[in-house]
Write a protein that binds this ligand. Structure first.
Ligand SMILES: Nc1nc2c(ncn2[C@@H]2O[C@H](COP(=O)(O)OP(=O)(O)OP(=O)(O)O)[C@@H](O)[C@H]2O)c(=O)[nH]1
Ligand SMILES: [Mg+2]
Length: 325
C-alpha cells in the first residue's frame, strides 16, 4: 500500500490500515521512518483532534478495569474510543500493559473501540515518540476519545501528561499514610483524581481517601488552565460502574471551559514545543551512544583521570568530534 492509499484509508477510519500505520511508526527501520514521516505530515493537514485522556495509576489500582468500563460507557454514548499504552518497562518484563486484553474483553470486541498494546521498547524516548505518533494516527482516524494508559514508572507520567489534553490519576482507597506516597509532582499534573474501588467494604475508606485528596489538591498552587473547583477528586467504582458518568461530565466541563478560554489550543501548542525540544535533546544524546563516540569518550575519560587533560579541555574535544561545538 502506498502512502496515499494508507492516508485515505486512515482518514476513512479503516482499523486495519490504522493498525498497519501504527506498526509502521513503531518501526526503527530507516525507510519505515521516512514513510511514517510522510504519512504523519499528510494526515496532519486534516487537523483532526480527539480528546486525549492520559491515565496513570500504580499496578492493581484498576486501570484496565476502568478503561473497560469507561470505554464501554463512551461507546454506549456513540463515541469512538482508542486505547493506547505507554510502557517503558515492557521490554524488561517481557509483557506489556494492555497485554491483558482479557480484562478488556467487552471493549476489545466493540466495533467502536480500538485497543493497541504498547510496543516493546526499553528506551523511554523511543516509546514517547512512537506513542505520540500512534495518538496522532488515532486522531486522524477520527476517534472521539484516545485513552493513553501508563503505569507510573520513572518519567512515564510526564510523557503521558505531555501528550494528553486531560490527565487522570487513578488511586486506590488507602489510609492517610499512603496519601503521602503520591509524589507531589504527579499530583500537580492531575486534572482529576479518581479514587477507584469505591464499593462494598472499601466504600467508607474511599470516601475518606477522596476527602483527603480533595484537601491536598486545594493546597496546590492554582494553575491558570483550571476553572474554579479544579483539579478535583472524585470516587468511582470501575467494577460496579459507579461514578463514571459523573467523571465524564467533569471531563467535558473542564474541556469546554479550556476550549472557551484559549487553554486547549495553548496547551497543544506548548506540548508541540515540548516535544520539539525533547526530540532535539534525544537526538543529541543519541550521538553519544554510537560505538565510535563511546570509544572516544572512554579514551578521553582515561586521559582526564590520569591528569593528561582537564575535564573542560577533554569535553571540548569530544563536542568537536560530535559536531556539537
Ligand atoms: N472492588 C473493586 N475492585 C476493582 C475495581 N477495579 C478493579 N478492581 C480489581 O482490582 C484488581 C486489579 O485491577 P486491574 O484493572 O487489573 O488493575 P490495573 O491497574 O490494570 O493493574 P496492572 O495492569 O497490573 O497495572 C482486579 O482484581 C480488579 O477486579 C473496583 O472498582 N472495585
Ligand atoms: Mg492493567
Amino acid at each position: 500500500m502506498d502512502t496515499e492509499q494508507l492516508t485515505q484509508k486512515i482518514l476513512d477510519g479503516d482499523r486495519r490500515a490504522l493498525a498497519r500505520a501504527i506498526t509502521l511508526v513503531e518501526s526503527g527501520r530507516k525507510d519505515h521512518r521516512a514513510k511514517a514521516g510522510e504519512l504523519l505530515s499528510e494526515l496532519a493537514k486534516h487537523k483532526r483532534q480527539s480528546l486525549r485522556i492520559g491515565l496513570s495509576g500504580t499496578p492493581g489500582v484498576g486501570k484496565s478495569t476502568f478503561i473497560e468500563s469507561f470505554g464501554m460507557m463512551l461507546t454506549g454514548l456513540g463515541l469512538r474510543v482508542a486505547v493506547l499504552a505507554v510502557d517503558p518497562s515492557s521490554a524488561r518484563s517481557g509483557g506489556s500493559i494492555l497485554g491483558d486484553k482479557t480484562r478488556m474483553e467487552r471493549l476489545s470486541r466493540d466495533k467502536n473501540a480500538f485497543i493497541r498494546p504498547s510496543p516493546s521498547q526499553s528506551h523511554l524516548g523511543g516509546v514517547a515518540r512512537r506513542s505520540r505518533e500512534a495518538v496522532a494516527l488515532c486522531e486522524a482516524a477520527g476517534f472521539d476519545v484516545v485513552l493513553i494508559e501508563t503505569v507510573g514508572v520513572g518519567q512515564s507520567e510526564t510523557v503521558v501528561a505531555e501528550m494528553s489534553d486531560l490527565f487522570l490519576l487513578l488511586l486506590a482507597p488507602a489510609g492517610g499514610d499512603e496519601l503521602q506516597g503520591v509524589k507531589r509532582g504527579i499530583m500537580e499534573m492531575a486534572d482529576l483524581i479518581l479514587v477507584n474501588k469505591a464499593d462494598g467494604p472499601l466504600k467508607p475508606v474511599a470516601t475518606r481517601t477522596c476527602a483527603d485528596y480533595s484537601g491536598a489538591l486545594r493546597l496546590l498552587r492554582k494553575r491558570p488552565q483550571d476553572p474554579e473547583g479544579f483539579p478535583k477528586a472524585l470516587m468511582v467504582s470501575a467494577v460496579e460502574e459507579h461514578g463514571l458518568d459523573n467523571a465524564w461530565e467533569e471531563m467535558q466541563a473542564l474541556t469546554a471551559w479550556r476550549k472557551a478560554n484559549g487553554h486547549w489550543d495553548r496547551r497543544r501548542a506548548d506540548q508541540a514545543c515540548y516535544w520539539f525540544d525533547q526530540e532535539v535533546r534525544q537526538a543529541l544524546l543519541a550521538r553519544l551512544e554510537t560505538p565510535e563516540a563511546k570509544a572516544q569518550m572512554a579514551e578521553l575519560a582515561r586521559t582526564v583521570s590520569e591528569g593528561g587533560k582537564s575535564p573542560g579541555e577533554a569535553a571540548r574535544i569530544m563536542l568537536q568530534a560530535l559536531g556539537a561545538a
